[in-house]
Design a protein around this ligand. Structure first.
Ligand code: 5GP
Length: 240
């Protein structure tokens, strides 16, 4: 499958068209941004780690009956995916309070939540991705009501499956962000699943093993990504 046009270059990925109009190639980069692009940097080899981790998670979820845009991995940094019409909503699933939820509700990071929290954000760089609810999605026509129900169903199923996968690897799935799109009318999971888009904490030490190491200048970001990759590629890994 050959790359043709460069379709889009984002903060962490480049997307190319291919000779097949239904398929795209995603190239994962090492560049990292945070706070609406105000903070910029490089996490060495991040593109390679995120491509591998996304491959593992997509293949695992496909094996559990979830439908994703993943087709196959082409190289260290490249993945072949189905072309999606991206729904302009981001879905965040939370199991433990952290990040913006901890701040907004005045909770200490690490506070367990009594039930899973699902949030929607409007994908708009100009507006800074504001949080929205289903009424906003319906009122503005960002997605059809049945698409929203399908997105919710898949997001909660993904949360359950990822949590089951990570627990024996001594990783807590704190929260994560998903993006969905339609492919010939079917709602599929898109984007990536990696420490860029998920909060992963060591279950024992609560050490952060994700992009918060970059966002918060904690150091050791590359080592953290490498460690998550090590744990997800080691079957039944029990941590360090
Ligand atoms: P928070 O709202 O607490 O900042 O983020 C919640 C979760 O969603 C975190 O796991 C975070 O990594 C992910 N997330 C939310 N928005 C974005 C985004 O724009 N880019 C990335 N990479 N992850 C996001």
């Amino acid at each position: 499958m050959d790359k043709t046009n460069r379709l889009y270059e984002g903060k962490a990925k480049i997307v190319y068209e291919t000779t097949d109009p239904d398929l795209l190639i995603v190239e994962y980069k090492d560049s990292a941004t945070a706070f609406d692009g105000k903070k910029k940097g490089i996490i060495e080899n991040k593109g390679v780690y995120n491509n591998r981790m996304s491959t593992i998670f997509f293949e695992y979820l496909e094996g559990r009956g979830l439908k994703t845009h993943y087709v196959k991995t082409l190289s260290d940094r490249e993945m072949l995916v189905k072309r999606l019409k991206i729904l302009p909503i981001e879905v965040v699933v939370r199991n433990i309070a952290a990040g913006s939820l901890a701040k907004r509700l005045g909770l200490e990071e690490g506070t367990p939540l009594r039930s899973t929290v699902l949030e929607f954000y409007y994908k708009s760089d100009a507006l800074g991705d504001p949080m929205i609810n289903e009424d906003h999605i319906r009122a503005v026509g960002l997605a059809e009501p049945e698409q929203v129900r399908e997105v919710e169903r898949q997001a909660l199923a993904i949360n359950g499956y990822l949590g089951e996968f990570l627990a024996p690897r001594n990783v807590d799935l704190i929260d994560f962000k998903l993006e969905f799109g339609t492919h010939h009318g079917q709602v599929l999971l898109g984007d990536e699943i990696s420490p860029d888009t998920c909060r992963f904490w060591d279950r024992t030490t609560k050490e952060k093993l994700d992009k918060d190491r970059f966002r918060r200048d904690l150091g050791g970001a590359e080592e953290a990504y490498q460690e998550v990759l090590r744990r997800v590629t080691t079957i039944g890994a029990g941590g360090r």
